[in-house]
Design a protein around this ligand. Structure first.
Ligand SMILES: Cc1ncc(COP(=O)(O)O)c(C=O)c1O
Length: 392
């Protein structure tokens, strides 16, 4: 049933004749289908040479020097084994924003640690380093900052804090594959960085992730953990073969990426620069159209150096649901990133600091549709939908 207020704001969804605009729309071209069929033709479906090729292409794209990539079956598993490779021990604490996807908190728990939830800055929506410093205690081992939406967090502040307290840094760069900070790609320097190639990310491998580390020792530890603790086998599998004699030397999980999914990742990473450029141009159009609207806050960036995963608009004055309903009636889906983790039952008792900014921001953030090669008529409809709501 449609109430009077909704009716006043526009037609019900049934009246919309144009196609619905989803929040996410992966770009799967004929090139991806070709890579997939080629991978099936080769017939080595499990982890193999294409997995290695995907790792090499990630390293080239991120412009890595003396840093190394290990791909995994998800970004969450990448975080899990990254934490273990960083030396997390049972009972250790890891500081991360509550304004983050719960994958990070679950990965910390899976690695035997305890998440400590921190507030964020109002502008970058990244971790508030001053508040994080107040949370550092005897058991703090690591910090996981998030580059929300692909926008840089206060990365230099995070590394300075980590240096003062001897913490490992695991950057959650799931949203920022390709973002540059001072000219360098996230992940090409620093401690550990993790990326996601899940179904909605700019580069998808249907599901997938990777860890970037500084040493061969960490690479080997990650390779073992991703394959049930088995040593030696990775080298053989990268030649589409198996090692029939091996030892199991550590704990391990079944977190490897198959050739089939890696072939999707390879096809996508070949076009990543085009994907990023097309998304940047949509984000720039959105920023220009929305920046002077009353009652909104646009992303605090020109997008020139950003690889934008999502476009997050802040809707002020408590009218986000009304706005989302308005968009929905025009056949435009919007999303919410994120529900804060301290509001989830599982983590409501996790140690945490003041959450003033998070508690406000999570009532405002609204994810507008953003696709690689987004149809111009979709962009126009989103802009029209947003402007009619705020300008009337
Ligand atoms: C901020 C953040 N961290 C971690 C993850 C987990 O990545 P995956 O879905 O590849 O496991 C996601 C996934 O969306 C995410 O948004």
């Amino acid at each position: 049933m449609i109430d009077a207020k909704k009716r006043a704001n526009g037609p019900p969804a049934a009246a919309v004749t144009e196609p619905r605009i989803p929040v996410f729309a992966p770009y799967i071209g004929v090139d991806t289908i070709k890579h997939l069929t080629d991978a099936f033709d080769i017939g080595w479906l499990g982890m193999g040479a294409t997995t290695k090729e995907f790792e090499d292409r990630i390293a080239a794209f991120l412009e890595l020097r003396d840093r190394y990539v290990v791909v995994t079956n998800t970004g969450t598993s990448a975080l899990h084994i990254a934490l273990k490779a960083a030396g997390l021990q049972p009972g250790d604490e890891v500081i991360t924003p509550s304004f983050n996807y719960v994958a990070d908190h679950q990965a910390i728990v899976a690695a035997g640690g305890e998440p400590v939830l921190c507030d964020i800055e109002d502008d970058s929506l990244g971790i508030d380093c001053a508040k994080a410093e107040n949370l550092v205690g005897e058991r703090t081992k690591a910090i996981i900052p998030l580059h929300f939406a692909g926008w840089p967090c206060d990365q230099s502040g995070v590394y300075a804090l980590a240096a003062r307290h001897g913490l490992r840094v695991i950057e959650d760069a799931m949203h920022g594959f390709g973002t540059r900070i001072d000219g360098r790609r996230i992940g090409s320097y620093g401690d550990i960085a993790c990326f996601s190639f899940d179904a909605v990310k700019i580069v998808t491998a249907i599901d997938g992730g990777c860890v970037v580390v500084n040493s061969q020792e960490e690479v080997q530890a990650l390779q073992r953990m991703r394959l049930l603790g088995v040593d030696r086998d990775t080298v053989e599998r990268y030649k589409n073969r198996r090692a029939w004699e091996y030892d199991v030397v550590s704990d391990g999980y079944r977190y490897h990426m198959t050739n089939i999914l890696a072939s999707v990742g390879v096809s996508q990473i070949k076009r990543v620069e085009e994907f990023i450029a097309s998304r940047q141009s949509v984000c720039k159009r959105y920023n220009k159209a929305f920046q002077s609207l009353p009652g909104v806050k646009v992303p605090p960036t020109s997008f020139d150096d950003i690889s934008p995963f999502i476009y997050s608009l802040r809707v002020k004055n408590g009218c986000r649901s009304e706005f989302m309903d308005h968009m929905s009636r025009r056949g435009i889906d919007c999303g919410i990133h994120f529900v804060p983790v301290h509001k989830h039952q599982r983590f409501e008792r996790a140690r945490r600091g003041d959450m003033t900014v998070t508690d406000q921001v999570v009532t405002e953030v609204t994810t507008l549709p953003l696709h690689s090669f987004m149809k111009p008529e979709f962009v126009d409809r989103v802009i029209e939908g947003v402007t009619t709501f705020f300008r009337g």
